[in-house]
Design a protein around this ligand. Sequence first.
Ligand code: TYM
Length: 328
Amino acid sequence: MDRIFSGIQPSGEIHIGNYVGAIRNWARLVERYECIYCVVDYHAITIEYEVELMQQRILETGTILVACGLTPERCIVFVQSHVPEHTELAWIFNCVTPVGELERMTQFKEKAKQHRQNINMGLLDYPVLQAADILIYKAGFVPVGEDQIQHVELAREIARKFNARFGNTFPEPQVILSDAPRILGTDGNAKMSKSMNNAIGLLEPPETIWERLRTAVTDVNRQRRSDPGNPDRCNIFTMHQAFSKPDQISYIDQNCRTAGIGCIECKEILFKNMMEELTPIQERVREIREKPGYMIDVLRSGANRCKAIVKEVMEEVRTKIGIKAFWV
Ligand code: TYM
């Protein structure tokens, strides 16, 4: 069975962009692939973060993954730093990765702008660690949102460079996009992300979610209720495509264009559908939180399963690059 790898940062609250762009798709893929999903804590420390909250955030992110159906019976869920070989392979990859490739990464340029005071090596090297995450499992497919396509392309290039220099070792992984690979934030302008303050948190109470939807920007050209709208320019419509049923989507498409329904009515339908999907997840999160030790066991056994895989791959890599321990 082909292997899948993907990761998510434990940096603050998981939002519905993460959910429909990645996690929901991860849960669908467990049926057909051997799946490994990772809470990438070493990636999250490349920007300023609250040290005392990190441990909690790692656990919370793992909890959300399990609550979304990524149970240990169906796939592996683990924490990146629990399998230190990821960073070891990243170092080896550093030595085949041109700096120029990293400097032209869109996410690096954006983050360097956002964090001018702290443009550290980790921020630049971020995609190399991501390549190591994927390739250390020889994963063939990587389900991510649109913003990560460039990083997966770089992982392919790193695999090619390594293979050319040291002999065929790694497959070139391919991206799998979800049906909603790019969700904009409530500002209707930038990609939904915690750092842009435009996100709808997966675990937020219904009142808060409704408040965020109610005030979210729609088609900016639709000023009055009587103006016809254009769903193609409306982020609420994109969210409908992620959460609503096909007949509702075509109803909204038609009635928005003819001013048959107003934005609030449209948002009410979305809110209802969204909560239908999020409520059971929120309930499962509460249940898991009540079982002390459960998540720790999930993450510990996840790490152990990964360690067995990476041990072999790292032995192969060390041998190929000529630095195998003398006594092995
Ligand atoms: P992260 O934590 O930023 O995002 C996790 C996943 O959510 C997707 N995503 C979105 N999808 C649609 N619309 C949005 N507004 C939106 N915001 C986020 C992301 O595309 C991602 O799939 N670099 C990765 C973490 C990572 C990784 C890996 C991924 C580390 N190593 C190896 C795959 C394979 C990231 O930024 O995740």
